[in-house]
Design a protein. Structure first.
Length: 457
């Protein structure tokens, strides 16, 4: 089956084939770890997970690399403002590394709750400084850099192809550019590769470099990591749509200026999740996964109902409706068994796979799943087998075994939370009492390395 994906570079659907036989190189931009990820950020990681799982369904092995931005991302998202982690450190009077590690752990915990596969390789910006310096040196020797009083900049005018990803020329961007007061830039689209530590700043995260003590710009980390992890080229590079105009445009420019034209085959971007206002960690109106107060997979299901290239307008009602639909599916699996000797229904596997291969059409794939579930021509056991195959991509716990804890938890979320809190606080008398309460209701509490879950006794 042919896999068609929308390539931002060229703005069209294209047939995807990887460069190297059966392994796909995938690079996804990771979180800036100064705060808990909001549900908008998580929508992008869910889209990338569907992409990865679709590639796997198609039989590819996937080498998936993700960065952790623990330095260099400035509050203005450009070259001005304060480093987001340094700012959090100044405001909370906490160690910058401690903040970054705390939110990195929180990020991995969130993605685990959403059944998002962890990357094959995760690299931190602060631990790849040498690679980044090496790349800046290469750009310098190729004649693409200049020095200002606050750093080393990339000279976008030197690269005739600059602007190809967003389809905006340097001149268009000049007209629409956010006003950044930096008279020393040759062109407004130029961007920092290395910023010098200011004498008045007391930065914890700074390193010596051939140009002076400082820290890397935000875009250089992703180019440095991807160029070093994929020496033979990268198949797909992803992020949210806000990355097209600046972060990815600049990454692409760095790659080309380093002599790696066509290094990335496909650039893919997920549309935003929106609320009545722009949701942002910095705007202070960010809703986190735990704020939702529902089973995290309800949120995953909600995201899959909208195609990744369409805006998703979030509301509590839509979340609840998605939750009800998913709970219905889980209930249908109650008391069933997955018998691996029973063949999945090939007609539905085919249409499901074809929907996903059509630029990851998850709304259509979910429609096919519901059609299959209500098709009277097939036995329940065949449906259970088919659902298990669908779930390798949907990852909504649609097997009897995986669904069971969700069913058992319904209606008991508050008591389970009390149990978890009691254990966390080492109040084992209390947690034992709650365990007994559950037992009286015919429910077992299982303590697993990924958390406590309920199961019908
Ligand atoms: P950050 O942690 O800010 O670097 O962002 C992590 C990812 O979330 C990036 O791929 C962003 O493009 C993406 N992102 C940011 N805001 C939203 C949103 N409201 N909806 C979807 N994705 C978003
Ligand atoms: Zn990136």
């Amino acid at each position: 089956m042919t896999l068609k994906l929308y390539n931002t570079l060229g703005r069209k659907l294209e047939t995807f084939t990887p460069r190297h036989s059966d392994e796909v190189g995938l690079y996804t931009c990771g979180p800036t770890v100064y705060n808990t990820a909001h549900i908008g950020n998580l929508r992008t990681y869910i889209f990338e997970d569907i992409l990865r799982r679709t590639l796997q369904l198609d039989g590819y092995r996937v080498k998936h690399v993700m960065n952790i931005t623990d330095v260099g991302h400035l509050t203005g998202d450009g070259d001005m403002g304060e480093d987001k982690i340094a700012k959090a450190s100044r405001e909370t009077k906490r160690d910058a590394y401690a903040i970054a590690r705390e939110f990195e752990v929180a990020f991995f915990s969130d993605i685990q709750k959403l059944n998002i596969l962890p990357p094959t390789i995760t690299l931190r910006a602060t631990e790849t400084i040498a690679l980044q310096i090496e790349l800046i040196e290469k750009l310098e020797s190729n004649g693409f850099t200049y020095r200002t009083s606050d750093g080393i900049y990339f000279d976008t005018a030197k690269l005739p192809t600059y602007g190809q990803l967003s389809g905006q020329s340097s001149a268009d961007k000049k007209a629409g550019a956010r006003v950044e007061v930096n008279d020393e830039k040759h062109t407004p689209t130029d961007f920092a590769l290395w910023k010098f530590s200011k004498p008045e700043d007391q930065r914890q995260m700074e390193w010596p470099s051939p140009w002076g003590v400082g820290f890397p710009g935000w875009h250089i980390e992703c180019s440095a990591m991807s160029l070093s992890e994929f020496p033979n080229g990268l198949d797909i590079h992803c992020g949210g749509i806000d990355h097209i105009a600046v972060h990815h445009e600049n990454e692409l420019a760095q790659n080309e200026a380093a002599g790696r034209k066509d290094f990335v085959k496909f650039w893919m971007h997920g549309e935003f999740l929106v609320t009545d206002k722009r949701m942002g960690k910095s705007e202070g109106n960010a809703v986190t996964l735990s704020d939702l107060g529902v089973d995290p997979l309800f949120y995953r299901y909600l995201c899959l109902l909208t195609h990744y290239r369409k805006q998703l307008s979030y509301s509590q009602d839509s979340l609840q409706a998605a939750g009800n639909a998913l709970m219905n599916l889980w209930m249908k699996l109650d008391g069933e068994k997955l018998d691996r000797s029973i063949k999945p229904i090939s007609k539905y596997i085919e249409s499901f796979t074809s929907a996903l291969n059509n630029d990851l059409n998850t709304p259509e794939a979910l429609g096919i799943m519901h059609e299959m579930m209500s098709d009277k021509e097939y036995e329940r056991s065949e449906k259970v087998s088919t659902l298990a195959v669908f779930d390798t991509v949907l990852a909504l716990d649609l097997t009897p075994e995986a669904a069971a804890p969700h069913i058992a938890t319904t209606g008991h979320e508050a008591l389970l939370l009390e149990y978890i809190t009691a254990r966390k606080e080492h109040r084992f008398d209390d947690s034992d009492k709650i365990r007994q309460q559950f037992s009286d209701l015919g429910i077992l509490v299982e303590d697993t390395p990924s958390g406590s879950r309920l199961r019908k006794a």
